[in-house]
Design a protein. Structure first.
Length: 311
């Protein structure tokens, strides 16, 4: 939902009143040596001001909504999440499909594929990045070049010969003599090979598809053929938990769970995130922030002033 309009109505009322109260007659007053007539009066005024704001809400829909869902996540959004406290491993696993050609289950950004994804090398890489970040050897930010802010990954000079830094550079094909690597989306030209980091990002809908593979499926649904079952190269059922391990997991139950942080019922089965699953709760919160950043960007709506001239 988004605010589509804001209007305010104002109403101003003024009133003035006076009253008098006399007891006794005028004749009695004239003939009497002493006045026994009581006289009293009152004068009053009032002002009443009233404001009636009206908010109108509308659902996200149509072309603009779908464009936001299908557009790739930009680098600025990834950097914003990182600098708000999220670690790069969680952000990269959720948002990226590849880094310098190292693939993160790229076929998982859509409906369930029949073939098992490629992911092992990527998981090893982002785990190293996370440890380097924790040790203060790696950071991500901006540099200013020709009046433009460019995103970079920075390696601390004191970690140039660190074994994990060496492994990361080797995996990504980076020049070992550099400690700053600009980040771009897309495919880098041969002339820039080794001097920058190229990333491919998922769309928000791609992130939703990716997380959907972490939802356990009831056995009856797999056996009945109403869902796609991914197979490895040997024809065995692939366990998507190997891709989403320590990131996200939705479990199933026949009865309504009592220990769920969030749950829903579909086709007679309860799907939920366990309240003790801290990793899944963190990823669920991260996705909520990502959704708000990308979809929750309503057009600027100026207040509309309505004056009731007839009143």
């Amino acid at each position: 939902m988004q605010v589509t309009s804001l209007s305010s109505q104002f109403r101003l009322e003024e009133s003035l009143n006076a009253s008098a109260n006399l007891r006794g007659s005028i004749t009695d007053t004239l003939l009497s040596d002493s006045s026994t007539t009581d006289r009293s009066g009152a004068l009053g005024a009032s002002i009443n001001f009233e404001e009636r704001p009206t908010l109108s809400f509308g659902q996200f829909h149509g072309e603009e909504f779908m464009q936001r869902l299908l557009s790739r996540i930009d680098i600025d959004t990834i950097l914003l999440l990182y600098h708000s406290g999220w670690n790069l491993e969680r952000v990269f696993r959720l948002c990226l499909t590849s880094i310098n050609g190292v693939v993160n289950a790229s076929n998982a950004s859509g409906p369930t594929p029949k073939a098992a994804p490629e992911y092992e090398k990527f998981l090893r890489l982002v785990n190293i990045i996370h440890r380097l970040q924790q040790r203060g050897f790696l950071d991500m930010g901006y540099i200013t070049d020709a009046q433009k802010k460019k995103p970079i990954i920075f390696i601390s000079p004191r970690a140039m010969d660190d074994p994990e830094v060496t492994e990361m550079r080797k995996t990504l094909g980076l020049n070992a003599s550099l400690n700053e690597y600009p980040i771009v989306i897309g495919t880098s030209a041969p002339a820039t090979a080794g001097s920058m980091i190229t990333i491919d990002t998922r769309s928000l809908l791609g992130v939703m598809f990716f997380l959907s593979h972490a939802v356990q499926s009831p056995t009856r649904d797999r056996l009945s053929g109403i869902i796609t079952v991914t197979k490895d190269k040997f024809g065995r059922e692939f366990d998507w938990g190997r891709v989403t391990n320590n990131l996200f997991k939705v479990v199933v139950a026949v009865r309504e769970p009592s220990d769920a942080v969030v749950h829903t019922r579909y086709r007679g089965t309860w799907f939920y995130i366990d309240d003790t699953d801290l990793d899944s709760k963190s990823t669920f919160t991260l996705f909520g922030q990502l959704f708000a950043l990308i979809v929750g960007k309503p057009e600027a709506t100026a207040p509309v002033l309505t004056l009731p001239i007839g009143k």
